[in-house]
Design a binder for this molecule. Structure first.
Ligand code: FAD
Length: 384
């Protein structure tokens, strides 16, 4: 097969690797507008289950990815200067750039051609000159826009503002830190992803953002403001910028996932709020799912129909959980009056996917502490 892929992120490269591995005769070309060392952001996380999927799909890249992974099992919730740790949540972190480098090397090794610094020239000629065109070109996908009348995308721009920084302060575990000041409520999502660096995402509602005056601040001023807001958490470590900008999360869905020989993959196809840390996982598992459909048939039309049929319900389920999680963070002001243990409990149950039994299985001491310290579960209104 001749396969053209737009976008050399995790979705595009991983799909190329799996297809080339399955049949070395496939002719696969990736068009990536950035250079091999350019990337936004800091670290990404995977769950233990995703790693098992990656090991099964490609042992070589899996062992490289896991070689110097930073692993943890705790979620730490920091509220009113108290840290509550909840164990039994197995996750690992890796720098996005390192992940991309591993996938680039693996592509090279297998003979996948990557044309860096190439903005897709002409989509029509690219889709006509191949058996399969994959739009793995991220959240602002050009492929999705070009065939918008076929894919029927539904894009919802969410109200909260967030910015993705790094820091050399090491957060051992997924740490969710709540800080209030005159402007409102700030939440940091942080975790270390190598021996020296942590991701530090700051999120706040639009009112807090405008009260703080971020609209008129330079990047340096914004970082100084947030270093002050999180001074007790950063212990003097500065926030590091990597072209970091305040943005709004865009929730992406598509009514149809393919058109003729064109299919979308990863963030181009769907997004899930970063608070459940699953964008890269979903992108790579999409690649596994699509490749498996080509194991069953070489007919692109049939494979794409099957991909949508099998994968869509899985994604819809994920998006539903991520949606609840996103709403919780958008409404954080409603929960900020809770005591630290109540806030932590509410947070752990926010997606609706973790019930008391599951929480008890993960960390029975935490549940016992919550039951002891919370006056009565009826008293805590988590849903208003
Ligand atoms: C703040 C934040 C935190 C996140 N945290 C996590 C996390 O903890 N864990 C996690 O798993 N995920 C996380 N993600 C999500 C993750 O970064 C994405 O979901 C993931 O990278 C999706 O992979 P992708 O390959 O679909 O898209 P991308 O990684 O976006 O790759 C798309 C590629 O296409 C290229 N491209 C775009 N347009 C064109 C064009 N016209 N021509 C040529 N090339 C083009 C881009 O340069 C890019 O390299 C986070 C995202 C954000 C914003």
């Amino acid at each position: 097969m001749k396969i053209n892929i737009i976008g050399g992120g995790p979705a595009g490269m991983y799909f190329a690797i799996l297809m080339k591995k399955a049949d070395a005769a496939h002719e696969i070309t990736i068009y990536e507008r950035n250079g091999p060392d350019d990337t936004f952001g800091w670290g990404v996380v995977f769950s233990g289950k995703t790693l098992a999927n990656l090991r099964e799909a490609d042992g070589e890249s899996h062992s490289e990815i896991t070689r110097d992974f930073e692993a943890w099992d705790n979620v730490d919730v920091v509220h009113r200067d108290q840290k509550i740790s909840i164990h039994g949540n197995s996750f690992s972190g890796i720098a996005r750039l390192r992940l991309l480098k591993i996938l680039q090397r693996r592509c090279e090794e297998l003979g996948v051609r990557i044309n860096f610094r190439t903005e897709i020239p002409n989509l029509d000629s690219l889709s006509q000159g191949c058996d399969l065109l994959v739009g793995a070109d991220g959240v602002n996908s050009t492929v999705r826009q070009k065939f918008a009348d076929k894919f029927k995308p539904d894009l919802s721009i969410r109200p909260n503002k967030y910015v993705w920084y790094g820091t050399n302060k090491l957060f051992h575990g997924l740490t969710l830190t709540f800080r209030e000041n005159d402007a409102g409520v700030f939440i940091a999502h942080s975790y270390k992803f190598n021996r020296t660096t942590s991701t530090f995402i700051v999120e706040c509602d639009p009112q807090t953002w405008s009260n703080a005056g971020f609209g008129g601040m330079s990047d340096k001023e914004a970082r100084a403001y947030l270093e002050n807001a999180f001074t007790d958490d950063l212990n003097g470590h500065p926030l590091l910028s990597n072209n970091s900008k305040w943005i709004n999360f865009v929730l992406v869905k598509n009514a149809s996932w393919h058109y003729q020989n064109v299919v979308l993959l990863g963030d181009a196809l769907h997004t899930a709020h970063f608070s459940i840390g699953s964008g890269t996982k979903l992108a790579m598992e999409d690649a596994i799912g699509l490749k498996q459909c080509f194991d069953e048939t070489a007919d692109a039309g049939q494979a794409l129909r099957r991909f949508e049929k099998v994968r869509k319900p899985v994604i819809e389920d994920y998006q539903a959980a991520a949606y609840e999680s996103m709403l919780w963070f958008e409404n954080a002001r409603r929960y900020i009056h809770l005591s630290p243990i109540e806030l932590a409990y509410s947070l752990m149950k926010r997606s609706g996917r973790v019930d008391d039994e599951e929480l008890r299985k993960r960390d029975s001491k935490f549940v016992a502490r919550y039951e002891k310290q919370s006056p009565s579960t009826d008293y805590v209104d988590f849903t208003d």
